[in-house]
Each structure stands twice: as C-alpha cells, then as structure tokens.
Design a protein around this ligand. Structure first.
Ligand SMILES: Nc1ncnc2c1ncn2[C@@H]1O[C@H](COP(=O)(O)OP(=O)(O)OP(=O)(O)O)[C@@H](O)[C@H]1O
Ligand SMILES: [Mg+2]
Length: 278
C-alpha cells in the first residue's frame, strides 16, 4: 500500500550547550503507522517529541509534517501527556476534561454547543468512554483517565498522535488495553502514532515499527530486525544482548563487566548484576 508520508525528520540534531542529545535522526513515518519509540532514560525520547510538536527547534536538520514545515501549536499533531494529576474531589466531569482540548485551538470563539457536544461525543466513543462521560474525572481509574487524554488529543483530527509514556502508571492489563485502543484508532483513522515506552513488551504485537534511541542515535525498522543483539550493540556502542523469554523481550548489557537491565520487563528484577526473570 502506498501511504502518504506524514512525518519526515531530516538529519535532526539537538544540542544543549555543548551536549549532543540527538544526532542525525533521519526517519519517515507514514499515515496509520504505529511506531514504538523506545530507549533508556535520557536517550532523548521526550526531546524528539518536543521537536515534532514544534516546541523545540533542532540545532541541525529539518522536519516536515504532511510536507509542510512544523509550526508551534500545529493542529495536525495531537499530544497525550503522561498521567495528569487530578484532585479526586474535582467537580470536573470526564466530558469537560475532554472539551478542554477544543478550547485551546479556537481563538476564543466558542463552538455552538450542539456541535461541540457532538464532537466530544465522537471522540469519547472512539476511546470507549461514553459510559463514564459524566463521571467526575478525579474518581476514574488511571486507565480511564488515560483514555480521556487520548480523546482530548483526537479532537483536532490530528494526522499524528504523540504519546509520552502513556503506560507508565498503568497496570499491565490496562497498558495492553490502551495500546490496543490507540492502535485501532490509528488504523481506522489513518493517524500515525508515536508511542514512547520504556518497556516495549506491551507494544510488541501492535507496533508496525520500532524507533530505538540510544546515545543520541536512532535505528528504525520492524521489531524483529531492530531488536537484535548486533543492531542494538552497534547503537549503544557496546555489547548488549537481546533475550527473548516466553514471548517477551529483554535488552541487557554492560559497558564493562556488570549487567544493566536496559529495558525492564514487568516482573523481572536486576539484582547485583544478575537478571532474574520470575
Ligand atoms: N532544556 C534542556 N536543557 C538541557 N538539557 C536538556 C534539556 N532538555 C533535555 N535535556 C537533556 O537531554 C537528555 C534527554 O532528555 P529527554 O527528556 O529527552 O530523555 P528521555 O529519553 O525522554 O528520558 P526519560 O526516559 O527519562 O523520560 C537528558 O540528559 C536531559 O537532561
Ligand atoms: Mg521522557
């Protein structure tokens, strides 16, 4: 299938002072593709999202969204922040939280209330949240709140949806649900999804490609081609090993003799240089 390229990163580099955080990131993302953005702490994942959002100008290179230069506040890019902290006693209802996504973009001209309600209902339905649309948001579970944030990001009909560690506060079941939901919405609406995750396992069966960042460099491709000991060793610049255990993936490695767990698998422990899978 010949799908439209929605995002092009052309040799992007980002430097803070004399510290290079991203170096020569060259990537194309097509409509409807689900990309898992994986990498250890400090690899530059959030920095890359900020570049795509137009919040940070790259030091080197350029980027285009649907063939156009990136603007700050671009409606073509939806953004889902990590969990928001909500007062359990806030009177804000689920649909009010989602509606906040409309207001920031309308230059103060309110939409007629019927149209507004219809748009909010559409996105609530897309994330299967109609059943708790009128519940106070502070009382909802982490997974339910996460779905509302996704609904909010969908209100502007984005071409690209960026999610920064949306799974980090969720239990494993809710994590899989959110991944499946986002993957389905992306496919149905042709939205490219870039989801940041530390643990790639919940994404394994949904992502089309992995964008693995380490030491400022990136490698992108199909999971089985990228998540390989030799590919990741070259990226890290030292020996790492990819272990596949009961359908899950664990990346371990060490610069000298100690093993570090680079991608922690749910239910595993790193203990004094040993990796124990439970
Ligand atoms: N505005 C800034 N000024 C200076 N350094 C920065 C700035 N923003 C990010 N950095 C540095 O860039 C590096 C990459 O940060 P970034 O937040 O992108 O990492 P990350 O991959 O998202 O990590 P994490 O998994 O911990 O969220 C970090 O070392 C961080 O300290
Ligand atoms: Mg981050």
């Amino acid at each position: 299938m010949n799908r439209e390229t929605v995002l092009e990163l052309n040799h992007i580099g980002v430097q803070f002072g004399n510290r290079k955080v991203l170096d020569d990131i060259h990537v194309q993302v097509k409509a409807g593709e689900f990309i898992g953005l994986i990498g250890p702490n400090g690899a530059g994942k959030t920095t890359l999202l900020r570049v795509i959002l137009g919040l940070l100008s790259p030091t080197k290179g350029s980027l285009q969204i649907s063939g156009k230069p990136v603007l700050h506040g671009n409606r073509a890019v939806g953004y889902v922040p990590q969990k928001i902290h909500l007062d359990p006693n806030t009177p804000l209802r689920a649909r009010d939280l989602v509606g906040l996504g409309l207001d920031g973009h309308r230059f103060g001209i309110p939409l007629p209330s019927r149209k507004r309600r219809q748009q909010i209902d559409e996105v609530l339905s897309a994330v299967d949240a109609l059943s708790f649309a009128d519940a106070p948001v502070g009382r909802l579970s982490g997974g339910e709140q996460q779905r509302l944030l996704i609904a909010q990001a969908l209100l502007t009909n984005p071409r690209i949806l960026l999610l920064d560690e949306p799974l980090s506060n969720l239990d494993i079941r809710s994590a899989y649900e959110v991944v499946r939901l986002v993957s389905r919405i992306g496919r149905e609406k042709g939205i490219a999804v870039i989801m940041v995750a530390h643990d790639m396992n919940p994404l394994l069966s949904s992502m089309d490609k992995v964008l693995y960042l380490a030491k400022g460099h990136a490698v992108m491709g199909e999971v089985e081609n990228v998540i390989q000991s030799d590919v990741l060793s070259e990226l890290y610049g030292y020996e790492v090993e990819v272990l596949r255990v009961r359908g899950r993936v664990l990346v371990v490695g060490g610069e000298e003799t100690d093993l570090d767990v680079l991608d922690l698998v749910e239910g595993s422990h790193c203990n004094g240089g040993d990796v124990m899978i439970q």
